[in-house]
Design a protein around this ligand. Sequence first.
Ligand code: C2G
Length: 448
Amino acid sequence: MKKVITYGTFDLFHYGHRRLLERAKALGDHLIVGVTSEDFDKARGKINVQQSLMERIEVLKATGLADEIIVEEYEGQKIDDILRYNVDIFAIGSDWVGKFDYLKQYCEVVYLERTEGVSSSELRAEKRELRLGIVGDELPFLSKFERESHYVNGLSISGLCHLRRHESIPDNLLQLPLLTSNFEEIVDASDAIFLNSTPQQHYNQIKYALMHGRHVLCEPPVSMRRDEWDELMRLAEEKKCLLMDALRTAYAMAYRRLLLLVKSGVIGKVCSVDSSITVQRDTELKGDELINVRNSISTWGANALLPVFQLLGTDYQSKRIITHIENESLKYDTFSKIDFVYPEAVASIKVGKGVKTEGSLVVSGTTGYIYVPAPWWKTEYFEVRREDPSFNKRYFYQLDGEGIRYELVSFIRAVQTGRSYPYISGQVSKAMVAILEDFYNEKDLIRI
Ligand code: C2G
């Protein structure tokens, strides 16, 4: 019996896929099809796949062309499979010519002519492109954000609304179709808005965008007050628009896997979560240009709170904010520490702009702890540590684009399907707002 093997993602199964499989099958008596797993696709840069692995397998099964279906999960697996299944022929489309010649030492390699005029990428792009307008003043970050958007199908950046005039604008942002300091203009030119403005500006901007039927992707905290958060979420629902938190850590692979590991009990019951994010500041706090300056809590608070609320929930019994305010009129906190008491756990965050400490995350449990080295919020690596170090385990996950491209993929998908799979739940989003509100109202707050 002659065995043939082929591989693919087979997203949105089309005529080109069918023809490839038919010809591969005709090369022998038994066709094995390797379907790529979601993780493997992400690792090889295919981030826009629309269907889940199970959906893609079901469609493939229904064609009746595959005698056997396997899942491709890792680099180099093809060699293992060819040896394991005693394969005679490896077949793949001509877009891969030369790339799989290294398999010739294990079996025959056949490149089959690719079918012209049809592809999954075109099918994905057929849905109308979402025009996303970006609003904010952290230009180096927005420049990265714009570059990351190129990895995402179905999205184009419509322009930049930038309020601080003095700074020089990076080249890729200068080339956008619209550069303005007028918020209404960017809303006009866009289907959705990404807000990297200060939390003080969010409420009015979000309200305006939602009233005009635009979706909003907003860096948390979404607003300065709980009642504003409620109002904005109600408005989003009424206008059938999406209002989603944008926090790239929440979409970073290592962080996502850490959450799942903890929730599946690898360190027993969580007793404590400690996270810090601080930066040294090199500017003095003075002058008009600093009117929009962000203090420590509004720059880093939401990010530092993310693992606390996602691991322990938002129903803490009490909290204490300890802060050092350097500039009263700006309410600029050089440093803030927040301690939380939960029924059976504690948590603590430290944020600072103008203070520097180790930016690590430690999640302590009854049978071990997880240590994420600085900068934990954009890590590729963490360790599960035990009393006996021989049981320690290290985990590595590639961090593509600091999570920005995955954040955009999930935003687009939520807009297109009307269904969101929230990486940051409404409860967590609102709890972040509550902390900011209490900070400004000096509730549960001690000054040092
Ligand atoms: N194909 C084709 N004609 C098209 C589109 C795709 O012949 N118009 C072929 C591809 O060449 C490939 C198969 O259909 O052989 C599956 O295509 P994809 O789903 O795009 O998968 P791909 O990324 O090519 O995966 O490690 C190699 C991969 O597993 C191949």
